[in-house]
Design a protein around this ligand. Structure first.
Ligand code: SIN
Length: 331
């Protein structure tokens, strides 16, 4: 879309919100929720839950359109589109915000969180809550954290120790921390959108990738990767986000209902994420298409030792206090 056309379309959608608040138009406020994963994932289910709740509570006043599987925007474009008013809600992975804030990079540090309980404790604590507003200067509002789960490493080769990954190409999200993590084990990170991962793996243009059980299962990566190492080396979680402009122009009697419905949908998504990870992992094992490898304590220690220096590298950008608070959430 050309800049002038974009401006006209953005002005029209803001005008619709304004007209609604003056009661001059019966047209419902449209909320487009764009995401990149399948419907049958914690994020896909959360988005559908939000639609059900908000349309039940505000019949004829708000209409939610959910676009899964990168149908509307890929994660690398969605935030730009949001600032232009082309989409109102998204939940990109926390690894995709580095252009807007450096502090959220804490979630990408390898082996920082021992499990999802620690992630949740940090997100609900004072430092985690402060990070929700770290995008405000850029015109974005963080509305809540949504879980997917811990990341695993998939590859065309068995990965038991870091040396096994040397020289292999791994697809990563657009995060310099993730790039440094793979460089630390002498592998080659390749930043690519989520929608391209399956084909890249299938054609062997890359050797591996890191993702949650739910994404590896729902996007069928396990069908084109021979091995998955249960490394739990990092976290894949989301920030539910909107634009400040859209949020502030919502009528005062609508915004709290949207906010409450989102909070309930997020809490539903967070509740099902743990079970989804377990059942999707089991489905992968049962398929026999990919061999799931576990690490001994000694092998795991080698990965930790190789990747942990990345913390120091990004301490200045992220903030020592934030990293410390995240580390303490393991206790
Ligand atoms: C997502 O879960 O939203 C995508 C994760 C990825 O890009 O690997």
């Amino acid at each position: 879309m050309r800049p002038l056309t974009k401006l006209i379309s953005k002005t029209a959608s803001l005008a619709a919100v304004a007209l609604f608040s003056l009661n001059l138009s019966a047209a419902p406020i449209e909320i487009k929720f764009s995401h990149v994963v399948a419907d049958n994932t914690p994020k896909g289910k959360m988005a559908k839950k939000f639609k059900t709740l908000v349309e039940e509570r505000l019949p004829g006043k708000v209409e939610v359109k959910v676009f899964p599987n990168s149908q509307l925007f890929g994660d690398n474009k969605v935030l730009e589109a949001m600032l232009l008013g082309d989409v109102q809600l998204a939940a990109p992975s926390l690894s995709k915000f580095q252009k807007y804030t450096k502090s959220l990079q804490v979630f990408d540090l390898p082996f920082l969180f021992e499990d999802m309980n620690a992630v949740e404790k940090f997100q609900n604590g004072p430092e985690g809550q402060k990070l929700l507003s770290s995008l405000e200067k850029k015109g974005l509002v963080g509305l809540g954290y949504l879980h997917n789960g811990m990341k695993q490493l998939s590859s065309s080769q068995p990965l038991k120790v870091p040396a096994d990954a040397k020289g292999l190409k791994f697809r990563i999200m657009t995060s310099d921390v993730l790039a440094a993590q793979f460089e630390a084990i002498k592998a080659n990170p390749v930043k690519k959108p989520f929608s391209e991962v399956f084909t890249l793996l299938q054609t062997r243009a890359i050797d591996g990738q890191e993702n949650s059980w739910s994404n590896i299962y729902s996007k069928k990566f396990f069908e084109v990767q021979d091995y998955i190492t249960e490394s739990n080396h990092g976290v894949l979680d989301y920030l539910v986000v909107t634009s400040k402009e859209f949020w502030m122009t919502l009528p005062d009697d609508i915004r709290p209902v949207v906010k409450q419905s989102l909070a309930e949908a997020i809490s539903y998504g967070n509740k099902i994420a743990g079970d989804k990870a377990l059942s999707d992992k089991q489905a992968i094992i049962d398929s026999g298409r990919s061999k799931v490898l576990s690490l001994t304590d000694a092998e795991r220690k080698q990965w930790v030792n190789a990747m942990k220096p990345v913390w120091k590298e990004f301490e200045g950008e992220i903030g020592k206090d934030i990293i410390k608070a995240a580390e303490q959430s393991n206790q």
